[in-house]
Design a protein around this ligand. Sequence first.
Ligand code: NAD
Length: 367
Amino acid sequence: MRLNVLLLPGDGIGVEVIREASKVLARIADSFGHELALSEGLLGGIAIHQTGSPFPDGTRDLALKADATLLGAVGLPEFDNAPPDKRPERGLLGIRKVLGVYANLRPVRSYRALIDSSPLKNELVDGTDMIIVRELTGGLYYGTPRGIFGSGTTEHAVNTMAYTRSEIERVAHMAFQLASKRRNKVTSVDKSNVLENSQLWRRVVTEVAADYSGVTLDHILVDNCAMQLVLNPKRFDVVLTENLFGDILSDEGAVLAGSIGMLPSASIGDKRPSGAWVGLYEPVHGSAPDIAGQGKANPLGAIGSVAAMLEYSFGLVDEARAVYGAIEQVLNNGRVTADLKPAGKPASTAEVGDAICEALSARAVSA
Ligand code: NAD
């Protein structure tokens, strides 16, 4: 398969973690016989320095041509007081909009070697493996009317939670398709006992489920879901939810995994003619100016984002499993960066990347 991927290292540790992630991508392409077509562009602070814009036209063109984009992080302290359109973060919103990514996927896995870093009891977290699918471009964050109106005692604020049938359908289809490649279960989250919006959500998701006879669907109210995520996270396979609920629940899910440096994310749009899903993949962390340039950054969130890209954009489930397996192996061997508090001397960012590549090569030989 041809893997047509754009790299956007961005700022700070983004550059360091993407260097390791691209090594891993190259190793996977080599081991599994895929053709890797890589391009590289500017986004964020570095793009402002070199072109005057956080999201230059050249980057937009590259992103529209690629099947998937792997992003490091954006943000430089020198821009903290810059006007909004001259801030690195504006580049992030720009690329999400241009790519039309409407679903945010957060894989949440517990790694046995990190289980003690979770604030929950080990037996609750062990074996957790879910994906939270959050609708990204609708709901309260975008609905109109919105604003703060009036003054004095009549001052009031309005936000609107709006969804169209088609917005719900497309993200629901994505959740069911993902589930059909996993453990065949979708849990749809809503607040249908109170909100009409959720009543439409539940009805449309139930209708979409009829197209996927091998996947079971259950519905859960968002308050109960928040509780079940910490009481029994193993019960979830694919969690499907709207924008605001997903924003809150995905951060709750993140706590299950340990360090912020471990967390991948994926934002997905429509299918390209090549059959690949358009996707923007990035670790959840930022540019970490406090450790940038020191070789201390944990690259496993970026490397996990490579696994997510292989699985969701290209449907390469075995390749994704190989990357997850290599991450597990490196964690078990304790060759990890300082944020994961290894017993011995912490490994550098590059040493962790090399260890992942070695683990992948060893797996390829033994397979
Ligand atoms: P941050 O995620 O960059 O850092 C928070 C803390 O976690 C820091 O102490 C950092 O050293 C540590 N950390 C983060 N990633 C790590 C990793 N991979 N390995 C080891 N330690 C890691 O968040 P912040 O400090 O609030 O933001 C810094 C800059 O990043 C800001 O400019 C912010 O706007 C930007 N930011 C960008 C994104 C993005 O590009 N998606 C996301 C969040 C923040």
